[in-house]
Design a protein around this ligand. Structure first.
Ligand code: GTP
Ligand code: MG
Length: 395
């Protein structure tokens, strides 16, 4: 992409609200270039999205720190202008606010508004970071909107208020809050860009699809770890019903990520997926085959953990691909029979093969190392490799 086409996003917020975590999730880890400007300013660039993201660490802090940071941003803009880059201004500002209490939200908003007075008419997106409590999201959004409504100029600048969870938040070993709001933030930011630097909607769709996939993998990883924990029982598993709550959570989290609602048609689809992943003959066959791997020197609970983890990982990767197709309009929520066939063939083809490999490798893991951790990473590696190999396979 031509450097001229880049828009600039300034990210501000108090220390520890989650700016760096957010930026890394939005851009992904691949192809990101970070330039350090002094000690308080980092400029992130990705080859696949036309925004630069500027992490201004201390702008909400002391007056002195704020002046220094604003000065550095202005100098950076000027230097860019000298390089012949037309888009040297700040085009969008993300106010990062942690939605802990009403009072804190108001305080942070006031502080960030003051700090950005020099960018008087630049569009603002308020990002409510660490929005782990789903029940509080709507209320916090409303509070921000009301606060902005008190000043006409600020209200004019406000483009969106987006509750975000940038990375999986683990509540305990088997429950977690899935990432939230990332594709929405990318889309809203692109919308707020001046026309000259705005990406075509097709390019943005492709970018957010890739971001969705990487968020999906975080969800699958957390669910697989939960499956390993739940599966680690000494009595042999006969079917995967024990995994129902985890698979249900997994399917729901992926559905939210791909914008699939909770109507009656999707419910039927979710049930189909759950069936394949719990009581189907394919699932049972996989359990039988994995239990029967000869010559393994592992405790029964470890084998069970491996089986449970394999099933969750396989269902997760398969469901992600199903939802991608629906998201792209290639399939619909009504295609339950296609979904069943697709998942069953993936399960019977890959689950046993990958699961066997993983159990074999696990037997070679040195005694004393954390077997659960080793198992989780072996599983994800195995199913991811399979996933990447299968890319482009449209069956
Ligand atoms: N699980 C989870 N942790 C988060 C999230 N956002 C931030 N954190 C954690 O909160 C802490 C602070 O996050 P940072 O991204 O470093 O915050 P920051 O705003 O860049 O902080 P400074 O650079 O010090 O200003 C880190 O331990 C993060 O891992 C999130 O969405 N999920
Ligand atoms: Mg940071």
């Amino acid at each position: 992409m031509d450097a001229m086409d880049y828009g600039n996003v300034l990210v501000i917020g108090s220390a520890g609200v989650g700016k760096s975590t957010l930026i890394r999730t939005v851009l992904g880890t691949g192809s990101v270039v970070v330039t350090q400007l002094g000690s308080h300013l980092e400029v992130y660039e990705s080859l696949s999205i036309p925004f630069r993201i500027i992490d201004a660490r201390d702008i909400g802090g002391s007056l002195f720190a704020r002046r220094a940071t604003i000065g550095a941003i202005k100098r950076w803009s000027k230097d860019n202008a000298l390089d012949g880059d037309a888009s040297n201004d700040i085009n969008v500002i993300w106010f990062c606010i942690e939605g802990k209490s009403r009072k804190l939200i108001r305080q942070q908003l006031a502080q960030l508004s003051r700090a950005t007075d020099v960018w008087r008419s630049v569009p603002v997106i308020v990002v409510l970071t660490k929005s782990y409590a789903a029940t509080e999201r709507a209320e916090n959004v409303e509070l921000v909107r009301q606060t902005f409504a008190r000043t006409k100029r600020r209200q004019r600048n406000l483009r969106a208020v987006i509750p975000v969870v940038a990375s999986t938040y683990q509540l305990d070993e088997t429950t977690f809050v899935a990432p939230e709001g990332i594709p929405e933030l990318i889309e809203a930011t692109n919308e707020a860009m001046p026309e000259g630097v705005r990406a075509a909607s097709g390019d943005i769709a492709e970018f957010t699809l890739r971001r969705r996939r990487s968020v999906a993998r975080g969800i699958i990883a957390a669910s697989t770890a939960a499956g390993i924990t739940v599966g680690a029982v000494p009595i042999p598993i006969s079917d995967a019903l024990i995994l129902t709550p985890i698979e249900t959570g997994l399917i729901n989290a992926l559905a939210t990520l791909y914008g699939i609602g909770k109507g009656s048609t999707s419910k039927k689809l979710f049930n189909t997926i759950l069936e394949v992943g719990t009581v189907s003959t394919v699932a049972k066959a996989a359990i039988g085959a994995l239990k029967a791997i000869p010559g393994i020197n592992l405790a029964a609970s470890v084998v069970n953990a491996a089986i449970a983890g394999s099933i969750v990982a396989a269902i997760g990767e398969g469901t992600m691909r199903v939802f991608e197709r629906i998201y792209m309009g290639e399939k619909t929520l009504d295609d339950t029979e296609w979904v069943r066939g697709f998942l069953e063939s993936r399960m019977s083809r890959d689950l046993i093969a990958q699961g066997t490999k993983v159990v074999g490798k696990l037997s070679g893991v040195e005694a004393g190392t954390d077997q659960k951790k080793a198992l989780a990473s072996l599983l994800l590696e195995a199913f991811r490799q399979d996933e990447d190999k299968a890319t482009g396979d449209k069956s």
